[in-house]
Ligand binder design. Sequence first.
Ligand code: SF4
Length: 231
Amino acid sequence: MVIHGIQKLTLVDFPGHPASILFSGNCNFRCPFCQNAPLVLDSEDEPVLDNDEIFSFLKKRKKMLEGVVVTGGEPTINKDLIPFLSSLKDLGYLVKLDTNGYMPEVLRKAVESGVVDYVAMDIKTSLDEYPKLCGVENIDTSRIKESIDYLMSGAVDYEFRTTVVEPLHHKENFEKIGEMTKDCLRYYLQSFVDSGNIIGKNCFSPSIEQLQNYLEILSSYIKNVSIRDRA
Ligand code: SF4
């Protein structure tokens, strides 16, 4: 699997586990607020890491690290994803998969193959407004719903998360998301922060008041919902 970047240590991306993050390229979405524009739009121009070097690093860090996060881009569009995750498991690591949920069959296969311990799925917004947030006009939102339902079936530990972006979100989105994900295991809201390298324009961070307002809405549907501080 082509890996374009590594963050050698994170203490926040894999709940409860010190981990490394591996970044794959390409994506089936074009979210205007995407922080990884070069990885999504021009991945062929991005550096490619040697898989042997990645695995050698992970072997050496086995005493310090517990997990590996595979993120993107969108990892589930890579045909080598499952064998790659399997190799990480063979090293004894816990594996977290980040996904936009648009490949429910790959998600299911990865979980059923036993190569994933934790899934973080983005919920961009309520299904009716997905095209605006994911940048794909003719998106089939039943595929998003299928991934949500699969994760909520309890097949694997998981979280849902939404990056809140002004002016793209409004409170009706969170009423609908709350109804759709009622009683899910955990839900995080995280504030958009402009990396200076985003796909679209006119994306801004929400105010604390807006975030708290959305948190309050979700709290009436979900017990375990919180704001994740990315700082
Ligand atoms: S933010 Fe959107 S475009 Fe960027 S990697 Fe995630 S799903 Fe793809």
